[in-house]
Write a protein that binds this ligand. Sequence first.
Ligand code: SF4
Ligand code: SF4
Length: 415
Amino acid sequence: MTDRLVTLRSKQAPVYRRLLSELFDRPEVVETRATCDTCAMCDHGQIAPVAMDYFRPDSKCCTYHPGLPNYLVGAILADTSEDLAEGRRRLRKRIATRIGVTPQFLAPPRKYGVVYGAGQGAGFFGRAKTMLCPYFDEENDGRCTVWLYRESVCSTYFCKYTAGKPGWAFWDTLKGYLSHVERTLSRWSMLTVDGKVTEPKVPRRTLTLEDIEDLPPRDEEYASYWGGGTWVGREEEFYIECYKRVNELPKEEFDKHVDDSPDGRGLLASLEAKYDDIKNAKVPDVVIRTTNLRKREAGENVVVTSYNPYDAFSLEKELFDVLGMLRADQTLEENLARLDKEHDVQLAPELIHYLFVHGVISAPEKKKKEAAPAAAAAPAKPTTAEAAVEAMGVDAGAVGKAKPPRAARRKPAKT
Ligand code: SF4
Ligand code: SF4
């Protein structure tokens, strides 16, 4: 009996599965290092070479309040399964507050958004209980009560990536595509259900008096979003209607509104390229040790963090110093020949590739625009190259040693 292929499509919320393009028939991308049940970012007594700042086990990475598009809210409310019973109860509780409750989204309170933005430098992610998601079930080992229909950020988030930076880039691009899907379908569905509903006009990062006081909008204001009051008290019904419209949307219409729009075409092309990069990431002709690495000394080793603040590597200090000898005015081939000739150091191709995909070496660009994902880390199951440089979570999580086998980087001693 052959194993059934698990595809990207089968990992998406059921409402999307018949709508998504052929690209989603490719095999799923499995992230084995984000060991959620035994959270890789939490303290399990693992040995760490440097001081650790773990995530709270009673929050993990769910210090985030998702903005659920209307049709996903409706999907959960229309679902009668026991698995989602607690999720439904929590959604109803959120809807009853009228805070962030609009025809297009069941959104975080605006005050939450402002704190989230302003607190980025404070290290709250994974650590601030006040930022905990309302759908996180503390009583049940941190179960997500809306898992099947979690939105684009939650469904693409991992604290560590098996394929390193190309893996992160793939998930980040998928998040962008799914956000586009959410924005487009939620707007389309709300206006299809009732052309008179609107979204609040409050500018981003701006708070009203009611926001500051953790109060709902004034009645008149709230009614103005909901078609002049038509749907006030019937918000659940509205969300379920939105879900039904999306659930019945013909594939051609989805293509027209979503995939064949200028944004959709670009995002899908980028998604395909990022998917391919996971397997085919090519080391550039010129690489140097990444200049903005966060570095911490740990005895004979150096713990470095590159593109992902929650995924660090412990390298032998000697290797770290050798990488510092890579010159931007030489190709990788020339650099390797020089290191061999002048320092009797050999760096194996698989080690170079591993260091590259994990961001320890990179092309010598002056400015990099890629933002680090917010998340945690777990020790990678070593592959051949990973045996040379072991991954670990340093800002939180498990820690391992990153030690290149000497044979991988030095010529055998002459006899
Ligand atoms: S921090 Fe990482 S391992 Fe922990 S729950 Fe989140 S994604 Fe999973
Ligand atoms: S919706 Fe689920 S996965 Fe997302 S933050 Fe909340 S509990 Fe975590």
